[in-house]
Write a protein that binds this ligand. Sequence first.
Ligand SMILES: [Zn+2]
Length: 467
Amino acid sequence: MALLSFLGAIQQVTGSCYLVESRDGAKVLLECGMRQGRREDEEGNRGAFAFDPLSLDAVVVSHAHIDHTGLLPKLVSAGYRGPVFATNATCELMELMLLDAANIQEKDTEWENKWRARLGKAPIDPLYTTEDAEQTLKQRRPQKYDQPCEVAPGVQVTFHDAGHILGSAIVEMQVQDHHLTRRLVFSGDLGNSCSPLMRKATTLDQADVILMESTYGDRDHRSSSETIEELAEILQQAHRDGGNVLIPAFAVGRTQDLIYHLGRFYQEGRLPQQAVFLDSPMAIRANAIYSHFPHLFNAADQATIAANHIKRIEDWLPVLRCTPTPEESMAINRIKSGAVIIAGSGMCTGGRIAHHFKHNLWRSDCHVVFPGFQARGTPGRAIVEGASTVKMLHQRIAVKAQVHTLGGFSAHAGQSQLLDWVSHFDHHPELYLVHGELEKMQILQQVLRERLNWIANIPEPGEQIAL
Ligand SMILES: [Zn+2]
């Protein structure tokens, strides 16, 4: 039997990593994600890999988010020189994500080494460098959707659209093991069918083993039309209050959704703010990549794009002002009212949003809108949970602004969508829940048993199963 090891995103939502080993000797790493959130989780990124990086034949990644790709440069720094398979769009987005991650690693280490020196402690090395990220990019092997490719002897992979972010994929892996072929389907991150631009997640019906994400295994999102209305109302209220609106957003995926929705409000005369700032160099570059792949959008949005001669994502929203340089970003600090500011990072762990918080979070006339998931231990989660102050940029800032969480903009499938996706498989293959917090998985496990009469497994970190 081939073996599957559960190495990461087990009973948690970040650090996606699985290892497939066939008896014939093929060894394929599925995902090489970074752990994010709590400090102890992030410390976990520093540990040695649970396998010998030089023994791998190939790496396959489902999509470009850092919790699925972020340790690739570390793998390369440990000597891996083999191929990294992903879809075409994922390969383009990876360039953006990995170079940014390397830059953050280098900057954070430089900062940390300054205070370590003052304490008389030895300096530490960054997790990886820009050079490692650049080398990783050379190892990419871009693939089209729905076309099987052999990634290692006897291991064939097909990427199917997962509808989560541009280029995101469900990974179907066929493993030849002596005379037996076993089919593993990894859901990757499944999209929310209400997400703009994206297509619906592909449904499959054949598998021997399924790994399914369960980020929102415990509940359904609010309906997207309600969420869109809620956002429109927040913008009206913020206009009446006279303050700014801050939206911490992931550069890839969420930002493009927001531009789309704000563009709709603008067209309908429902956007009272005069300016929307996209204060994220990374999101600005992500927009350009999205604009390269309009053929991957859903049919309805492709038709709108063609009818309105839209060439770039920015064209959806005429009042959008991109501020790539630090000078342009700092100039936003002078604006006290009437602005919508979209900036990273999505969970407020750093980036330009921290500076905008410094100028706006303590003001009761300002509004903060969280359109995405906030992992445990992040400043974003603290604010959502009602903290009266948060530490940011090495100082405490009072949370006086009005805080809103928009449930319906998630780029992840809600519980019903997960059930619907998995219900297409014939004969209830072995099912493992991954990429979710334990309590949420347990609720999904119960619902699977009650509604589909299907017993799902929750693996333990490091657990191995026969494939
Ligand atoms: Zn993702």
